[in-house]
Design a binder for this molecule. Structure first.
Ligand SMILES: Nc1nc2c(ncn2[C@@H]2O[C@H](COP(=O)(O)OP(=O)(O)OP(=O)(O)O)[C@@H](O)[C@H]2O)c(=O)[nH]1
Ligand SMILES: [Mg+2]
Length: 248
């Protein structure tokens, strides 16, 4: 995994998978360090609010889904369009202002130095910090349980797998069969499990978390379904590491 050699400045494309993000999009966008980023892509997943109007006002590159495909389906279009632009690094940031986008430089630094292929912005440095940021306990504890399980199965030591602030080296992303993955929230896990199946180096930095109504749409039952989906995907990985879901 060489340093991005000969490149003074890597080409960075930011992608924002959006669904009803009108109230938070502009604030999120304003925090992205513009000197670092070549292009910002937003894929709208059939929002019923003014997300698209605001994205166009901000002069983002906007792509539209005619109906709601789901969070994973949204990211597929995001990465597909991002990779077409031949970037060095692709950064995902949720447009819900839950993550601190000013930390993008820190997030991508280990990738530019060749120390990591994928970097995650973790909301869980400590329980107190997560609670202080407003994370509800019914999200915190299942997150911890699933993270421990994923660490044991995958042999990693991450503090969470569920973050919406991530950076991928384009070379790694190209080897991940993301178009075959789920259209639901489980996509975020499948992509990391595939990273492990492909021997990519995954790292993390802590990021402060902000919980407020617009930053979190997942209901209790959707979260339960999501948790079961993760366990099922881990099962598939254990019994079929070389499967089409994980390897190209
Ligand atoms: N719910 C939902 N979100 C989508 C979809 N497509 C894109 N998104 C975006 O993905 C992000 C996901 O949303 P959240 O509901 O905050 O989920 P989360 O951050 O994983 O979970 P929390 O810890 O509850 O915040 C938001 O920024 C949405 O704009 C979709 O089809 N459904
Ligand atoms: Mg959120």
């Amino acid at each position: 995994m060489p340093e991005l050699k000969g490149k003074k400045k890597p080409k960075v494309v930011v992608i924002m998978p959006a669904y009803n993000a009108a109230k938070t999009l502009e604030k999120t966008y304003n925090d992205i360090p513009k000197d670092l980023v070549n292009e910002v892509i937003l894929v709208d997943d059939g929002s019923s609010d003014k997300t698209v109007r605001i994205a166009k006002k901000l002069k983002l590159k906007v792509f539209l889904h005619s109906s709601n495909l789901g969070y994973g389906g949204n990211q597929k279009t995001c990465y597909w369009e991002a990779l077409k632009r031949k970037p060095d690094i692709v950064v995902m940031i949720h447009p819900d202002y839950q993550y601190d986008a000013t930390l993008t430089r820190e997030l991508i630094y280990p990738i530019t130095k060749g120390r990591a292929d994928i970097m995650l912005g973790s909301r869980i440095r400590s329980r107190q910090e997560a609670f202080d940021g407003g994370m509800p306990s019914w999200k915190y504890f299942p997150n911890r349980f699933l993270t421990i399980l994923e660490n044991v199965v995958l042999g990693l030591t991450l503090s969470e797998y569920h973050t919406g602030f991530r950076a991928y080296s384009a070379k790694a992303l190209e080897k991940i069969p993301f178009m075959r993955m789920s259209n639901s929230f489980v996509f975020d896990q499948e992509i990391l499990i595939s990273a492990v199946a492909n021997n990519f180096k995954v790292g993390e930095i802590p990021v402060p978390v902000r919980y407020f109504p617009e930053a979190s749409s997942a209901s209790f039952w959707n979260s339960v379904k999501y948790g079961l989906g993760i366990i099922w995907t881990l099962f598939l990985y254990v019994f079929n590491k070389e499967g089409r879901l994980f390897k190209k």
